[in-house]
Design a protein around this ligand. Structure first.
Ligand SMILES: Cc1cc2nc3c(=O)[nH]c(=O)nc-3n(C[C@H](O)[C@H](O)[C@H](O)COP(=O)(O)OP(=O)(O)OC[C@H]3O[C@@H](n4cnc5c(N)ncnc54)[C@H](O)[C@@H]3O)c2cc1C
Length: 383
Protein backbone atom coordinates (compact mmCIF):
# COMPACT_ATOMS: atom_id res chain seq x y z
CA UNK A 1 0.00 0.00 0.00
CA UNK A 2 1.15 3.58 -0.74
CA UNK A 3 1.82 5.95 2.15
CA UNK A 4 -1.22 7.96 1.14
CA UNK A 5 -3.93 5.45 0.27
CA UNK A 6 -7.07 6.49 -1.55
CA UNK A 7 -10.04 5.70 0.65
CA UNK A 8 -13.62 5.86 -0.60
CA UNK A 9 -16.21 6.36 2.11
CA UNK A 10 -19.66 5.33 0.93
CA UNK A 11 -22.33 7.37 2.72
CA UNK A 12 -22.32 11.06 3.65
CA UNK A 13 -24.27 10.77 6.89
CA UNK A 14 -22.72 11.49 10.27
CA UNK A 15 -20.74 8.22 10.31
CA UNK A 16 -19.31 8.70 6.84
CA UNK A 17 -18.46 12.36 7.36
CA UNK A 18 -16.66 11.72 10.64
CA UNK A 19 -14.83 8.74 9.15
CA UNK A 20 -13.68 10.93 6.25
CA UNK A 21 -12.59 13.65 8.68
CA UNK A 22 -10.49 11.23 10.73
CA UNK A 23 -8.96 9.76 7.57
CA UNK A 24 -8.02 13.14 6.11
CA UNK A 25 -6.50 14.21 9.42
CA UNK A 26 -4.14 11.27 9.07
CA UNK A 27 -3.13 12.13 5.53
CA UNK A 28 -5.31 9.76 3.51
CA UNK A 29 -6.72 10.82 0.14
CA UNK A 30 -10.46 10.63 0.64
CA UNK A 31 -13.51 10.56 -1.61
CA UNK A 32 -16.97 10.51 -0.03
CA UNK A 33 -19.80 9.22 -2.22
CA UNK A 34 -23.49 9.53 -1.52
CA UNK A 35 -26.36 8.43 -3.73
CA UNK A 36 -28.36 11.36 -2.37
CA UNK A 37 -27.42 14.64 -0.68
CA UNK A 38 -25.22 15.01 2.41
CA UNK A 39 -27.16 14.00 5.58
CA UNK A 40 -30.27 13.07 3.62
CA UNK A 41 -30.53 9.61 5.25
CA UNK A 42 -31.15 8.88 8.94
CA UNK A 43 -28.80 11.66 9.98
CA UNK A 44 -31.13 14.35 8.70
CA UNK A 45 -34.14 12.76 10.41
CA UNK A 46 -32.82 12.41 13.93
CA UNK A 47 -33.57 14.59 16.94
CA UNK A 48 -29.85 15.30 17.40
CA UNK A 49 -29.34 14.49 21.07
CA UNK A 50 -25.78 14.14 22.36
CA UNK A 51 -25.53 12.82 25.90
CA UNK A 52 -23.42 10.96 28.42
CA UNK A 53 -26.02 9.69 30.95
CA UNK A 54 -25.05 6.03 30.65
CA UNK A 55 -24.43 3.36 33.24
CA UNK A 56 -22.23 1.09 31.09
CA UNK A 57 -18.44 1.82 31.23
CA UNK A 58 -18.02 0.87 27.56
CA UNK A 59 -20.65 3.39 26.45
CA UNK A 60 -18.92 6.03 28.56
CA UNK A 61 -15.52 5.10 27.10
CA UNK A 62 -16.96 5.76 23.62
CA UNK A 63 -18.39 9.11 24.68
CA UNK A 64 -15.07 10.00 26.27
CA UNK A 65 -13.69 10.02 22.72
CA UNK A 66 -16.74 11.56 21.03
CA UNK A 67 -17.55 14.54 23.24
CA UNK A 68 -14.19 16.36 22.83
CA UNK A 69 -14.70 16.23 19.05
CA UNK A 70 -18.13 17.86 19.37
CA UNK A 71 -16.53 20.54 21.54
CA UNK A 72 -13.87 21.16 18.88
CA UNK A 73 -16.55 21.60 16.23
CA UNK A 74 -18.50 23.85 18.56
CA UNK A 75 -15.50 26.20 18.63
CA UNK A 76 -15.62 26.17 14.82
CA UNK A 77 -19.26 27.23 14.77
CA UNK A 78 -21.40 24.13 15.40
CA UNK A 79 -24.40 25.13 17.51
CA UNK A 80 -24.40 22.73 20.44
CA UNK A 81 -27.44 23.59 22.53
CA UNK A 82 -26.46 22.59 26.07
CA UNK A 83 -29.96 22.24 27.49
CA UNK A 84 -29.05 19.27 29.71
CA UNK A 85 -30.19 15.65 29.68
CA UNK A 86 -32.45 14.13 32.32
CA UNK A 87 -32.81 10.36 32.34
CA UNK A 88 -35.60 9.12 34.58
CA UNK A 89 -35.61 6.00 36.77
CA UNK A 90 -38.54 4.02 38.08
CA UNK A 91 -36.70 1.76 40.55
CA UNK A 92 -34.11 2.06 43.29
CA UNK A 93 -31.93 -0.42 41.35
CA UNK A 94 -31.77 2.05 38.47
CA UNK A 95 -31.03 4.87 40.88
CA UNK A 96 -28.08 2.86 42.29
CA UNK A 97 -26.73 2.51 38.74
CA UNK A 98 -27.17 6.26 38.22
CA UNK A 99 -25.07 6.91 41.37
CA UNK A 100 -22.30 4.76 39.86
CA UNK A 101 -22.66 6.59 36.57
CA UNK A 102 -22.06 9.95 38.27
CA UNK A 103 -18.70 8.66 39.53
CA UNK A 104 -17.77 7.06 36.18
CA UNK A 105 -18.70 10.23 34.29
CA UNK A 106 -16.66 12.39 36.67
CA UNK A 107 -13.58 10.32 35.74
CA UNK A 108 -14.13 11.39 32.12
CA UNK A 109 -14.68 15.02 33.11
CA UNK A 110 -18.47 14.91 32.54
CA UNK A 111 -20.71 16.66 35.06
CA UNK A 112 -23.84 14.88 36.29
CA UNK A 113 -26.01 14.62 39.41
CA UNK A 114 -28.68 12.30 40.73
CA UNK A 115 -32.07 13.85 41.58
CA UNK A 116 -34.63 12.19 43.85
CA UNK A 117 -38.24 12.06 42.60
CA UNK A 118 -39.23 14.99 44.84
CA UNK A 119 -36.49 17.18 43.32
CA UNK A 120 -37.35 16.62 39.65
CA UNK A 121 -39.62 19.66 39.49
CA UNK A 122 -36.50 21.79 40.01
CA UNK A 123 -35.50 20.75 36.50
CA UNK A 124 -38.92 20.33 34.89
CA UNK A 125 -41.59 22.28 36.79
CA UNK A 126 -44.37 20.64 34.73
CA UNK A 127 -43.23 17.10 35.58
CA UNK A 128 -45.54 14.65 37.33
CA UNK A 129 -43.09 12.39 39.23
CA UNK A 130 -45.71 9.71 39.85
CA UNK A 131 -44.12 6.25 39.50
CA UNK A 132 -40.60 7.64 39.35
CA UNK A 133 -37.74 7.00 41.76
CA UNK A 134 -35.73 9.95 40.42
CA UNK A 135 -33.28 10.63 37.65
CA UNK A 136 -29.78 11.54 36.56
CA UNK A 137 -29.09 14.93 34.99
CA UNK A 138 -26.10 16.07 32.94
CA UNK A 139 -26.18 19.87 32.49
CA UNK A 140 -23.66 19.90 29.62
CA UNK A 141 -25.51 17.44 27.37
CA UNK A 142 -27.70 18.83 24.65
CA UNK A 143 -28.59 18.70 21.00
CA UNK A 144 -27.05 19.62 17.69
CA UNK A 145 -28.40 19.83 14.16
CA UNK A 146 -26.81 16.80 12.41
CA UNK A 147 -27.32 18.39 8.99
CA UNK A 148 -25.44 21.47 10.14
CA UNK A 149 -22.68 19.25 11.57
CA UNK A 150 -22.31 17.31 8.32
CA UNK A 151 -22.17 20.53 6.29
CA UNK A 152 -19.49 21.92 8.59
CA UNK A 153 -17.48 18.71 8.25
CA UNK A 154 -17.95 18.84 4.47
CA UNK A 155 -16.56 22.36 4.38
CA UNK A 156 -13.49 21.30 6.36
CA UNK A 157 -13.01 18.19 4.23
CA UNK A 158 -13.06 20.23 1.03
CA UNK A 159 -10.52 22.64 2.53
CA UNK A 160 -8.28 19.61 3.00
CA UNK A 161 -8.78 18.53 -0.61
CA UNK A 162 -11.13 15.65 0.05
CA UNK A 163 -13.69 15.09 -2.70
CA UNK A 164 -17.38 14.79 -1.87
CA UNK A 165 -19.66 13.52 -4.62
CA UNK A 166 -23.35 13.82 -3.95
CA UNK A 167 -25.99 12.03 -6.06
CA UNK A 168 -23.33 9.48 -6.94
CA UNK A 169 -24.65 6.04 -6.04
CA UNK A 170 -22.45 2.96 -5.90
CA UNK A 171 -24.17 0.32 -8.01
CA UNK A 172 -21.54 -2.41 -8.32
CA UNK A 173 -18.06 -3.30 -7.08
CA UNK A 174 -15.12 -5.26 -8.33
CA UNK A 175 -11.95 -6.33 -6.53
CA UNK A 176 -8.96 -5.38 -8.68
CA UNK A 177 -6.40 -8.10 -9.31
CA UNK A 178 -3.52 -5.98 -8.01
CA UNK A 179 -5.43 -5.01 -4.85
CA UNK A 180 -8.01 -2.36 -4.15
CA UNK A 181 -11.42 -1.85 -5.69
CA UNK A 182 -13.22 -0.51 -8.75
CA UNK A 183 -16.57 1.01 -7.82
CA UNK A 184 -19.21 1.37 -10.50
CA UNK A 185 -21.34 4.39 -9.72
CA UNK A 186 -24.21 6.33 -11.27
CA UNK A 187 -21.40 8.59 -12.58
CA UNK A 188 -17.90 7.45 -13.60
CA UNK A 189 -16.21 4.37 -12.10
CA UNK A 190 -13.80 5.06 -9.22
CA UNK A 191 -10.67 3.11 -8.25
CA UNK A 192 -9.44 3.09 -4.68
CA UNK A 193 -7.30 1.18 -2.18
CA UNK A 194 -9.71 1.05 0.74
CA UNK A 195 -13.50 1.21 1.08
CA UNK A 196 -15.52 2.21 4.15
CA UNK A 197 -19.16 1.13 4.16
CA UNK A 198 -20.97 3.93 5.99
CA UNK A 199 -24.25 3.41 4.17
CA UNK A 200 -26.52 3.48 7.24
CA UNK A 201 -29.82 1.70 6.59
CA UNK A 202 -28.42 0.58 3.22
CA UNK A 203 -25.26 -0.94 4.74
CA UNK A 204 -26.44 -4.54 4.37
CA UNK A 205 -27.25 -4.00 0.67
CA UNK A 206 -23.85 -2.44 0.10
CA UNK A 207 -22.06 -5.27 1.91
CA UNK A 208 -23.90 -7.73 -0.34
CA UNK A 209 -22.34 -6.03 -3.40
CA UNK A 210 -18.98 -7.10 -1.95
CA UNK A 211 -20.30 -10.61 -1.39
CA UNK A 212 -20.47 -10.09 2.39
CA UNK A 213 -23.31 -10.55 4.84
CA UNK A 214 -23.97 -7.70 7.24
CA UNK A 215 -26.88 -7.78 9.65
CA UNK A 216 -27.98 -4.17 9.92
CA UNK A 217 -31.76 -3.88 10.11
CA UNK A 218 -33.50 -0.63 9.16
CA UNK A 219 -36.00 0.03 11.96
CA UNK A 220 -38.60 2.79 11.67
CA UNK A 221 -38.86 5.41 14.45
CA UNK A 222 -41.10 8.43 14.70
CA UNK A 223 -40.77 11.95 16.03
CA UNK A 224 -43.36 14.69 16.50
CA UNK A 225 -43.28 18.36 17.46
CA UNK A 226 -45.43 19.67 20.30
CA UNK A 227 -46.57 23.25 19.91
CA UNK A 228 -47.27 25.44 22.93
CA UNK A 229 -49.51 28.51 23.28
CA UNK A 230 -46.80 30.47 25.03
CA UNK A 231 -43.11 29.95 25.83
CA UNK A 232 -42.23 28.12 29.04
CA UNK A 233 -40.36 30.18 31.63
CA UNK A 234 -37.65 27.51 31.73
CA UNK A 235 -35.83 25.38 29.16
CA UNK A 236 -37.13 21.83 28.87
CA UNK A 237 -34.02 19.64 28.98
CA UNK A 238 -33.86 16.42 27.02
CA UNK A 239 -36.01 14.06 29.12
CA UNK A 240 -35.69 10.30 28.58
CA UNK A 241 -38.62 8.46 30.13
CA UNK A 242 -38.33 4.77 29.30
CA UNK A 243 -40.38 2.06 30.97
CA UNK A 244 -38.07 -0.44 32.66
CA UNK A 245 -36.85 -3.25 30.49
CA UNK A 246 -39.56 -2.72 27.85
CA UNK A 247 -37.79 -0.25 25.60
CA UNK A 248 -41.05 1.69 25.41
CA UNK A 249 -41.79 5.23 26.45
CA UNK A 250 -40.65 8.54 25.05
CA UNK A 251 -38.12 11.31 25.07
CA UNK A 252 -38.74 15.00 24.57
CA UNK A 253 -36.88 18.30 24.64
CA UNK A 254 -37.19 21.97 23.80
CA UNK A 255 -36.58 22.85 20.15
CA UNK A 256 -37.78 26.46 20.01
CA UNK A 257 -39.37 28.69 22.69
CA UNK A 258 -42.88 27.43 21.80
CA UNK A 259 -41.97 24.03 20.41
CA UNK A 260 -40.85 20.72 21.88
CA UNK A 261 -39.74 17.63 19.94
CA UNK A 262 -40.72 14.17 21.17
CA UNK A 263 -39.76 10.74 20.01
CA UNK A 264 -41.91 7.70 20.76
CA UNK A 265 -40.34 4.34 21.59
CA UNK A 266 -42.43 1.29 20.90
CA UNK A 267 -42.37 -2.08 22.64
CA UNK A 268 -43.02 -4.27 19.59
CA UNK A 269 -40.08 -5.60 17.64
CA UNK A 270 -40.57 -3.82 14.34
CA UNK A 271 -40.33 -5.30 10.86
CA UNK A 272 -37.27 -4.35 8.79
CA UNK A 273 -38.02 -1.45 6.46
CA UNK A 274 -36.95 -0.85 2.89
CA UNK A 275 -34.98 2.42 3.04
CA UNK A 276 -36.19 3.31 -0.46
CA UNK A 277 -39.91 2.92 0.17
CA UNK A 278 -40.65 3.13 3.93
CA UNK A 279 -43.36 5.47 5.20
CA UNK A 280 -41.42 8.55 6.34
CA UNK A 281 -44.46 10.21 7.95
CA UNK A 282 -45.59 9.78 11.55
CA UNK A 283 -48.73 7.64 11.88
CA UNK A 284 -51.87 9.03 13.58
CA UNK A 285 -51.90 6.11 16.03
CA UNK A 286 -48.38 7.02 17.22
CA UNK A 287 -49.39 10.66 17.66
CA UNK A 288 -52.28 9.61 19.91
CA UNK A 289 -49.98 7.32 21.92
CA UNK A 290 -47.46 10.14 22.26
CA UNK A 291 -50.13 12.60 23.40
CA UNK A 292 -51.17 10.14 26.14
CA UNK A 293 -47.59 9.67 27.35
CA UNK A 294 -46.89 13.41 27.35
CA UNK A 295 -50.10 14.17 29.26
CA UNK A 296 -49.11 11.61 31.86
CA UNK A 297 -45.54 12.87 32.39
CA UNK A 298 -45.81 16.63 31.79
CA UNK A 299 -49.48 17.58 32.19
CA UNK A 300 -50.61 21.23 31.98
CA UNK A 301 -48.13 22.35 29.33
CA UNK A 302 -49.79 25.59 28.09
CA UNK A 303 -52.06 24.79 25.13
CA UNK A 304 -49.95 21.78 24.11
CA UNK A 305 -50.94 20.35 20.70
CA UNK A 306 -49.23 18.13 18.19
CA UNK A 307 -47.42 19.67 15.23
CA UNK A 308 -45.61 18.09 12.30
CA UNK A 309 -44.31 14.54 12.60
CA UNK A 310 -41.91 12.40 10.62
CA UNK A 311 -40.27 8.98 10.62
CA UNK A 312 -36.73 7.86 9.95
CA UNK A 313 -34.68 4.70 10.22
CA UNK A 314 -32.45 3.44 13.00
CA UNK A 315 -29.80 1.16 11.43
CA UNK A 316 -29.94 -1.53 14.13
CA UNK A 317 -27.67 -4.46 15.03
CA UNK A 318 -28.54 -7.53 17.13
CA UNK A 319 -26.72 -6.24 20.25
CA UNK A 320 -27.59 -2.58 19.62
CA UNK A 321 -23.97 -1.59 19.27
CA UNK A 322 -22.45 -0.34 16.00
CA UNK A 323 -20.29 -2.42 13.70
CA UNK A 324 -16.89 -0.79 13.20
CA UNK A 325 -14.05 -2.59 11.43
CA UNK A 326 -13.65 -5.24 8.74
CA UNK A 327 -16.21 -8.06 8.54
CA UNK A 328 -13.41 -10.30 7.30
CA UNK A 329 -10.06 -9.69 9.01
CA UNK A 330 -8.29 -11.23 6.01
CA UNK A 331 -9.61 -8.29 3.95
CA UNK A 332 -8.63 -5.31 6.13
CA UNK A 333 -9.18 -2.84 3.26
CA UNK A 334 -12.95 -3.26 3.45
CA UNK A 335 -14.16 -1.57 6.62
CA UNK A 336 -17.68 -1.23 7.98
CA UNK A 337 -18.92 1.80 9.97
CA UNK A 338 -22.64 1.22 10.37
CA UNK A 339 -25.43 0.02 12.65
CA UNK A 340 -25.40 2.84 15.18
CA UNK A 341 -29.14 2.51 15.92
CA UNK A 342 -30.51 5.43 17.95
CA UNK A 343 -27.05 6.75 18.85
CA UNK A 344 -25.48 7.42 15.45
CA UNK A 345 -25.26 11.17 15.94
CA UNK A 346 -23.67 11.14 19.37
CA UNK A 347 -21.29 8.27 18.57
CA UNK A 348 -20.35 9.44 15.07
CA UNK A 349 -17.02 11.10 15.99
CA UNK A 350 -15.73 7.98 17.75
CA UNK A 351 -17.11 5.59 15.15
CA UNK A 352 -15.32 7.66 12.51
CA UNK A 353 -12.13 7.60 14.56
CA UNK A 354 -12.21 3.83 15.01
CA UNK A 355 -13.15 3.19 11.37
CA UNK A 356 -10.21 5.35 10.24
CA UNK A 357 -7.93 3.43 12.60
CA UNK A 358 -8.99 0.13 11.07
CA UNK A 359 -8.58 1.50 7.54
CA UNK A 360 -5.11 2.98 8.07
CA UNK A 361 -3.59 0.95 10.93
CA UNK A 362 -5.47 -2.36 10.90
CA UNK A 363 -6.53 -1.93 14.55
CA UNK A 364 -8.35 0.64 16.72
CA UNK A 365 -5.05 2.12 17.89
CA UNK A 366 -6.48 5.36 19.24
CA UNK A 367 -9.34 3.76 21.18
CA UNK A 368 -8.20 0.61 23.00
CA UNK A 369 -11.18 -1.63 23.71
CA UNK A 370 -13.02 -0.61 20.53
CA UNK A 371 -12.15 -4.02 18.99
CA UNK A 372 -15.41 -4.99 20.72
CA UNK A 373 -17.22 -3.18 17.89
CA UNK A 374 -15.87 -5.49 15.18
CA UNK A 375 -18.61 -7.24 13.19
CA UNK A 376 -17.42 -10.68 14.27
CA UNK A 377 -19.47 -13.82 13.48
CA UNK A 378 -20.69 -13.77 17.10
CA UNK A 379 -22.07 -10.22 16.74
CA UNK A 380 -22.96 -10.09 13.06
CA UNK A 381 -26.14 -12.13 13.44
CA UNK A 382 -29.75 -11.50 12.40
CA UNK A 383 -31.48 -8.85 14.51
C1 LIG B 1 -36.46 9.76 14.54
C2 LIG B 1 -35.00 9.53 14.85
C3 LIG B 1 -34.42 10.16 15.94
C4 LIG B 1 -33.05 9.95 16.23
N1 LIG B 1 -32.50 10.63 17.27
C5 LIG B 1 -31.18 10.47 17.55
C6 LIG B 1 -30.56 11.22 18.59
O1 LIG B 1 -31.22 12.02 19.26
N2 LIG B 1 -29.23 11.01 18.83
C7 LIG B 1 -28.49 10.12 18.12
O2 LIG B 1 -27.31 9.97 18.40
N3 LIG B 1 -29.05 9.41 17.11
C8 LIG B 1 -30.35 9.56 16.80
N4 LIG B 1 -30.94 8.87 15.78
C9 LIG B 1 -30.13 7.85 15.08
C10 LIG B 1 -29.25 8.47 14.02
O3 LIG B 1 -30.00 9.33 13.20
C11 LIG B 1 -28.60 7.38 13.15
O4 LIG B 1 -27.97 6.40 13.94
C12 LIG B 1 -27.51 8.00 12.27
O5 LIG B 1 -28.03 9.09 11.55
C13 LIG B 1 -26.93 6.97 11.30
O6 LIG B 1 -26.01 7.66 10.48
P1 LIG B 1 -25.32 6.93 9.25
O7 LIG B 1 -24.28 7.87 8.76
O8 LIG B 1 -24.96 5.56 9.63
O9 LIG B 1 -26.52 6.76 8.18
P2 LIG B 1 -27.22 7.81 7.21
O10 LIG B 1 -27.31 9.15 7.78
O11 LIG B 1 -28.49 7.17 6.74
O12 LIG B 1 -26.19 7.90 5.98
C14 LIG B 1 -26.02 6.84 5.07
C15 LIG B 1 -25.87 7.44 3.69
O13 LIG B 1 -25.45 6.42 2.79
C16 LIG B 1 -25.96 6.73 1.52
N5 LIG B 1 -25.92 5.53 0.68
C17 LIG B 1 -26.56 4.36 0.90
N6 LIG B 1 -26.29 3.48 -0.08
C18 LIG B 1 -25.47 4.11 -0.94
C19 LIG B 1 -24.83 3.72 -2.17
N7 LIG B 1 -25.02 2.51 -2.71
N8 LIG B 1 -24.05 4.62 -2.79
C20 LIG B 1 -23.83 5.85 -2.28
N9 LIG B 1 -24.41 6.26 -1.11
C21 LIG B 1 -25.21 5.41 -0.46
C22 LIG B 1 -27.36 7.23 1.82
O14 LIG B 1 -27.86 8.04 0.76
C23 LIG B 1 -27.16 7.99 3.13
O15 LIG B 1 -27.02 9.40 2.93
C24 LIG B 1 -32.28 9.07 15.44
C25 LIG B 1 -32.86 8.45 14.32
C26 LIG B 1 -34.20 8.68 14.02
C27 LIG B 1 -34.80 8.01 12.83
Amino acid sequence: MTTSPHVVVIGAGTLGMWTATNLVEQGARVTVLDGQAIASGSSGRSVGVVGTQFTDPFELMLRGHAIPRFRELEKLGLRFNHIGYLRLARTQEQMALFEKSVAMQAEKGFRSRVYQAGELKQLVPHMDPDGLAGGIFGPDDGFIDPHEMCMLLAERLRERRAVIRQFCKVTDVERRSGGGYRLTTSEAAIDCDIVVNAAGAWAAQLAAMFGQTLHVRPERHEAVTILLDKPLDYTMPMVMDLVNGEGSGLNFRHEKPQELIAEVHKVASLEPEDPETYNDQCEEESKIHLAELILERVPHLPGARLGRGWAGLYPVTADHRPFVGPIDLSEPTLVTAAGAGGYGIQLSPVIGQVAADWALHGAPVSAPGAEALLPTPARNIPV
